[in-house]
Design a protein around this ligand. Structure first.
Ligand SMILES: NC(=O)C1=CN([C@@H]2O[C@H](COP(=O)(O)OP(=O)(O)OC[C@H]3O[C@@H](n4cnc5c(N)ncnc54)[C@H](O)[C@@H]3O)[C@@H](O)[C@H]2O)C=CC1
Ligand SMILES: O=C(O)CCC(=O)C(=O)O
Length: 409
């Protein structure tokens, strides 16, 4: 358990994976200057050493914040995932340690949708193969296997922020759009929701995956599902590498059952640009391979930097957990009072009573109190109109079930 009351210059921030400078600028504008930035992610042993000292960490998809790493993160207050996916963080372990995790749920979605649209147009014309041949000196001028996207059916798996934008753009170039999602979704444009994955697979000319990494999406495109796709259909995956069985896809491409593919994400990805990329798909001309760059545009990265750094600074400054993915969300007014105490505790009977008793005992009046709970933890924020809240703060730390406390002046 860590109990923290720090001046801003003592708050250490580590930003990994070459985040856009907008992240540092945003933090600095809020008065945070104790920032270390690294261009890459770190291997587990180095990460463990670094994380021992830091209060906030910023990562993208390549940093594995597993339970073992988090065990050493004694001072960590929050994690900023400067991306959408949070599967690289053990969210349960973070929650148990009272570490809030934030992400950027929208900022790179347009970039992914645009990339996928471009890949559809190239693959449906067989361009990757023709381009590879031209590089080898082979002139493959032919219309065989080359089609317009207009009038073809795009099947989207996962109709969320990315899937919906892709659907709208695809309709604008004349494609028919259908989707499969485990939730009932509002359909945009003329899209239609189909009742089963099998139906989507057997009736689409192009399939594009936009689901998160969960137990239900693990290998959701295996040999069986690939065999249900139309002869010569195209598969695109810019979601997560665990969603498609790449060996099965390689076989389906070699047998020409699948006409082409674009893959941006892989079950195992190089940790840095210096590491070799290994995949059974290497060398197949009808496959576009990209190094997990779906969301890597200047616009997206700049916006993500501002958004996530802003969330970290806000949580540090006033305790707001709005849009945190693993702890109860508390949206707080600006902290203008004398002191604000933040208390994360196990959600068990009696904790709140003891908190209130600690203030009563020291004759401290509570000006405002905000509370949210989930099944595992409670997060209570208490504003007091006194500078002398240290005595009550010290007592709060000792209440059974306390996970993390912070005092803001
Ligand atoms: N390649 C890249 O650089 C990027 C990849 N991503 C990946 O794309 C994923 C999707 O992003 P968003 O559209 O923003 O997420 P989202 O959360 O808005 O949408 C995901 C959709 O998938 C649906 N879904 C979940 N499990 C499903 C299942 N088993 N079968 C069918 N549908 C299912 C959900 O109901 C939801 O509608 C992210 O989770 C992330 O892993 C996101 C950004 C960049
Ligand atoms: O840009 C990145 O590092 C990761 C993008 C991504 O996959 C995400 O936002 O979930």
């Amino acid at each position: 358990m860590e109990n923290i009351s720090l001046a801003k210059h003592k708050i250490k921030i580590l930003l990994l994976e070459g985040l856009h400078p907008s992240s540092v600028e945003t933090l600095k504008a809020q008065g945070y200057n104790n920032i270390e930035t690294l261009k890459t992610s770190l291997p587990e042993n180095e990460l463990i050493e670094k994380i021992k000292d830091v209060h906030f960490i910023g990562i993208r998809s390549r940093t594995d914040l597993n339970a073992n790493v988090l065990k050493h993160a004694q001072k960590l207050i929050a994690v900023g995932c400067f991306c959408i996916g949070t599967n690289q963080v053990d969210l349960v372990a973070a929650k148990e340690k009272g570490i809030a995790v934030f992400n950027a749920p929208f900022s790179n979605t347009r970039s992914v949708a645009e990339l996928v649209l471009g890949e559809i147009l190239l693959l449906i014309r067989g361009i990757p193969e023709k381009s590879a041949n031209a590089h080898r000196g082979v002139w493959q001028k032919s219309a065989i296997g080359s089609f317009e996207a207009r009038g073809k059916t795009l099947g989207i798996i996962g109709y969320g922020h990315i899937g919906t934008q892709l659907g709208i753009m695809a309709e604008n170039i004349g494609m028919r759009v259908q989707f499969f999602d485990i939730e009932n979704k509002l359909t945009l444009g003329n899209a239609s929701q189909v009742a089963s994955l099998d139906k989507l697979l057997s009736t689409s000319d192009v399939i594009s995956l936009h689901v998160p990494e969960t137990a239900s999406t693990q290998n959701m495109m295996g040999e069986k599902q690939l065999s249900k796709m139309k002869q010569g259909a195209i598969l695109i995956n810019a979601s997560r590498g665990t969603v498609v069985d790449l060996n099965a896809l390689t076989d389906a491409l070699k047998s020409k059952h699948i006409g082409g593919a674009a893959i941006d994400v892989f079950p195992v990805e190089p940790k840095s640009n210096d590491e070799e990329f290994i995949s059974p798909l290497r060398g197949l001309d009808n496959v576009i391979l990209t190094p997990h760059v779906g969301g890597s545009t200047q616009e997206a990265q700049e916006n993500i930097g501002i958004e996530v750094a802003g969330k970290l600074a806000k949580y540090s400054d006033n305790g707001s957990t709005l849009s945190a993915v693993n702890v109860p969300e508390v949206s707080l007014p600006e902290h203008t009072g004398r002191s604000r105490i933040l208390h994360i505790h196990k959600n068990q009977p009696g904790v709140l009573t003891k908190i209130n008793e600690a203030f009563a005992k020291h004759n401290i009046n509570i000006a405002a109190q905000y509370l949210q709970t989930d099944e595992k933890i409670g997060y209570v924020v208490i504003d007091v109109e006194t500078d002398d809240s240290n005595t009550a703060f010290d007592e709060l730390k000792l209440i059974e079930g306390t996970v993390k406390t912070r005092l803001l002046h």
